[in-house]
Design a protein around this ligand. Sequence first.
Ligand SMILES: [Zn+2]
Length: 124
Amino acid sequence: MSRAPGHAEPASRPKADWKCAFCKVEIRWAGPHRDRGLPANWSKEHGGPACLACRRDLAAEAAVEQQTELSFKERARLRSFALLEFEVRRDPDRSNAEIAGAVHTSVVAVQKARDRIGASSFPA
Ligand SMILES: [Zn+2]
């Protein structure tokens, strides 16, 4: 084997396997993992594949898009609720502390999100 070190073979230069339709971040599967599907934590949205960061944004945005009468503060609150609920639903087996760390909030806020989901109907 006489391969130049640190130089990938140009013939099979991998193009991005996935590109987020929203923020344009790109993911490439390396080596033997190439044929895997959508990257972990990505999803297919109407606009195309979405990375986790954009999925969070979309979840938060979806919560307020119909709410035209809300103040800025109320919208921010709804967005953060929606973001937390998205995170809890995405992987309910994580501890509250893990989820809180992932989205930079408090453990109490995560527990409240779980309670809201458990109650299933969002309090008006
Ligand atoms: Zn993205």
